[in-house]
Design a protein. Structure first.
Length: 212
C-alpha cells in the first residue's frame, strides 16, 4: 500500500491519497479549494495511474470538505461520511462564507458509514473507528495490516483536536482517544489532519493533553 499527503488550503489541512499495488485508490478528506490545488492532486493521481474509487472523510468541518464535490464530479466516485456529522455538512456553506471560501460547492453524502464497519477497497482493508469529540460523527481510518491510522483532527503530535467549535465535546474526545486510539499497538503510525505524523506509543507517553 502507498500513500501521499498534500497540505492544502489556508488551514494547512492534510489530504491523503492512498492506493494499493494494483492502483486502486481512495482520497481522504479532500481539502483542495483553488484551481491549482485541484490540478496538483489530479496530476499526481494521473501520474501514478491511480483509479480513485472512494472519498472517505473523517469528518465534515469546512477545511476537510472543500474539495469533496470536485472529486465527486470529476471522478464520479461516492462520498462517505458518518451520519452524526450531517449537521456539520449542512452548515458547511455557512462556514465557507465566514472563512472566505465563496466558491465552495456543497455536497451530498452518497454512503453513510455504519457502526463497526470494515471496508474492502481493492487490496486494502480499512476499519472505521468511531471517535467523536472534535466532531459528533468523527471517524478514524485504521489500516490494521499496515499499522497506519488516518485520524483527522482527533490526535495530533503532542496535541489533540479542538473542542471549542459548535457540536464539539471535550469529554467525548478524551474518551475516544483513550478507548479507541490508545488501545491500538504502540507502533501504529498516526497521520493526522494537520501537521506531521506521530505514533500511538509516542502520544501515550508524551501527549500533554490526554495520557494513557
Amino acid at each position: 500500500m502507498f500513500h501521499q499527503a498534500f497540505t492544502l488550503n489556508p488551514f494547512q489541512e492534510n489530504t491523503y491519497v492512498i492506493w494499493d499495488n494494483k492502483g486502486t485508490g481512495i482520497i481522504v478528506d479532500p481539502g483542495c479549494y483553488t484551481y491549482d490545488e485541484r490540478q496538483t492532486l489530479k496530476a499526481f493521481i494521473e501520474e501514478k495511474n491511480i483509479t480513485l474509487t472512494h472519498i472517505l472523510n473523517t469528518h465534515a468541518h469546512i477545511d476537510h470538505v472543500l474539495g469533496v464535490e470536485y472529486f465527486r464530479q470529476e471522478f464520479k466516485i461516492p462520498f462517505y461520511l458518518h451520519p452524526k456529522d450531517e449537521p456539520l455538512l449542512k452548515d458547511a456553506a455557512n462556514r465557507a462564507q465566514v472563512y472566505g471560501f465563496p466558491h465552495y460547492q456543497p455536497s451530498e453524502v452518497d454512503v453513510w458509514y455504519e457502526d463497526n464497519q470494515v471496508l474492502h477497497i481493492g487490496e486494502i482493508e480499512i476499519k472505521i473507528l468511531f471517535v467523536p469529540g472534535h466532531a459528533p460523527g468523527h471517524v478514524a481510518l485504521y489500516f490494521e495490516k499496515e499499522g497506519l491510522l488516518f485520524d483527522g483532527d482527533v490526535l495530533f503530535r503532542r496535541s489533540v483536536g479542538r473542542t471549542d467549535f459548535p457540536l464539539c465535546n471535550h469529554a467525548d474526545l478524551v474518551q475516544s482517544i483513550q478507548t479507541q486510539l490508545y488501545t491500538l499497538p504502540d507502533s501504529t503510525i498516526v497521520y493526522p489532519g494537520h501537521g506531521g505524523s506521530t505514533t500511538i506509543g509516542e502520544e501515550k507517553v508524551s501527549n500533554p493533553y490526554v495520557k494513557a
